[in-house]
Design a protein. Structure first.
Length: 467
């Protein structure tokens, strides 16, 4: 960082190193009601860089202006009842939701943050003690990612005083309808689903307190912002507007929309039109203007020529009382291209019966083609650093399992056959079959033909490595 000139040190110990200043002493020298930086940033002045999550592509550095960040803080203070109260704070500060949607908006409104520890909501006692924390610190909003609010509602209140709460709020991925309904029924709290992205400086749509609450909907655009669903071409440009309830790509505009990426090469496909950022998400807007997220464009499962939205199937799993988390991804299939499979994390102490759960899901899934063909139980579904389900890892896991089934029955005297699936810079994903103990050329040729016959029909590239 060649341009770094000063480091502020909080509660310093010992002598000051060159280039450092005592934060507490500098703060004490300022008046009680303002900081004397003598800076007057303009709306378009650069405020900072935030990285995208990178769960569906290469991480990028997003440029935020002071106007972007101030707008996010102002809008959240306007829309959520923080009321100068404390907020249980478990999101990382490197994330736009932690730094801006929560921290900047709460602090700029005169509230305070109760940090849950270096691991945030992943601290071992954070969720088990969530209602005692609410009782102790009296927040008016329980704000977190969907995986956290889903886990919290499973914890018995056991007499804790949670009367300070006026709502729960979650975003970063879709909030299961069953979770929102549980907050209404068990705690009498509305579940406010928010939606946005790093490129919009955080939240851009959410439920309005004076409008009907539609569980499963991300509400309406914030004041001074706009949202629409559009049809795009292969370059990500608008070729048409979607009708009410027609699924399309979600595009957003407003004061929070970012100033571009640090690397201009990443701008390809970032905007559907000037000022309108391409979310990469699919959704629909109903006749009353409510936005409904239907899934990631890249998360769609394409079974033959039939598009399957995994969110609708995941919602069915969340209706089962024994399911803590569920994620549906596409597993490669030689005939259909992809087939839906489900990863399920049971609630603590619950043993799920696979046949019973599949019967439950089959009865409630609206179309036969969307019913998962495989069910995989797991102790812990992988999550990103901010608590989103990390579907790339699940896709690789599903592919590993599918390839294992395809290679069953291969036999050659003395052969040791193992396979692995991993990411590849050129091919996206690559299946590698490693074979040891086979020196005979005829045997190698036979195995090569057998493996090719089973794996070549897949869209994923494969290779054989002889050890």
């Amino acid at each position: 960082m060649p341009d770094l000139t000063t480091v502020l040190v909080v509660h310093p110990t010992g002598a000051h190193a060159a280039g450092t200043r005592d934060f507490d002493a500098a703060l004490a020298a300022c008046p009680a009601d303002r900081l004397t930086s003598n800076r007057a940033p303009r709306f378009d002045d650069l405020a900072g860089y935030f990285h995208t999550g990178g769960t569906t592509g290469t991480p990028k550095l997003v440029r935020h202006t002071h106007g972007n960040q101030v707008y996010q803080a102002w809008a959240m203070g306007l829309m959520l009842p923080f009321e100068r109260q404390a907020l249980l704070f478990g999101l990382p500060l490197f994330h736009v939701g932690g730094a801006l949607t929560q921290a900047l908006s709460v602090l700029s409104g005169g509230g305070s943050l109760v940090t849950l520890g270096p691991a945030g909501w992943r601290e071992p006692l954070a969720i088990p003690q969530v209602w005692r924390l609410v009782e102790r610190y009296r927040p008016s909003v329980l704000a977190a990612v969907p995986t956290v609010v889903a886990a919290a509602i499973q914890v018995p209140v056991n007499g804790a005083d949670v009367s300070s709460l006026r709502c729960a709020a979650a975003g970063g991925s879709a909030v299961p309808v069953a979770v929102g309904r549980a907050y209404q029924q068990e705690l009498g709290l509305p579940m406010i689903e928010v939606y946005g992205m790093t490129e919009t400086s955080g939240v851009l749509t959410m439920a309005y307190s004076d409008r009907p609450l539609r569980l499963g909907s991300a509400g309406h655009a914030l004041p001074y912002s706009r949202v629409r669903t559009v049809k795009v071409d292969g370059e990500g440009r608008v070729v048409g507007e979607c009708k009410p309830n027609e699924i399309g790509v979600i595009a957003m505009a407003g004061p929070g929309v970012f100033a571009g990426y640090l690397d201009a090469a990443h701008a390809q496909g970032a905007f559907v039109e000037p000022g309108w950022v391409n979310s990469g998400d699919l959704g629909r807007i109903d006749e009353e203007g409510f936005l409904w997220i239907t899934g990631r464009a890249k998360d769609l499962i394409i079974r033959g020529s039939h598009n399957i939205d995994p969110v609708a199937i995941e919602e069915v799993f969340f209706q089962h009382p024994g399911v803590a988390l569920a994620a549906v991804v596409g597993e490669p299939d030689a005939h259909a291209g992809e087939l839906p499979v489900a990863f399920v994390q049971p609630r603590p102490g619950v043993t799920l019966d696979a046949a019973e759960l599949m019967a439950f899901v089959r009865e409630r899934t609206p179309e036969r083609a969307a019913v998962p063909v495989q069910l995989y139980f797991t102790d812990a579904i992988p999550l990103t650093a901010v608590g989103k389900v990390f579907k790339p890892a699940l896709r690789l896991d599903a592919m590993q399992r599918a390839v294992g089934r395809l290679l069953e029955g291969l036999a050659s005297p003395g052969a040791q056959i193992v396979h692995e699936v991993g990411q590849h810079a050129e091919h996206g994903n690559l299946i590698t079959v490693r074979i040891g103990g086979v020196d005979d050329s005829d045997a190698r040729e036979t195995l090569t033909r057998q493996i090719g016959a089973r794996l070549d029909p897949l869209t994923t590239r494969s290779e054989i490595v002889w050890d």
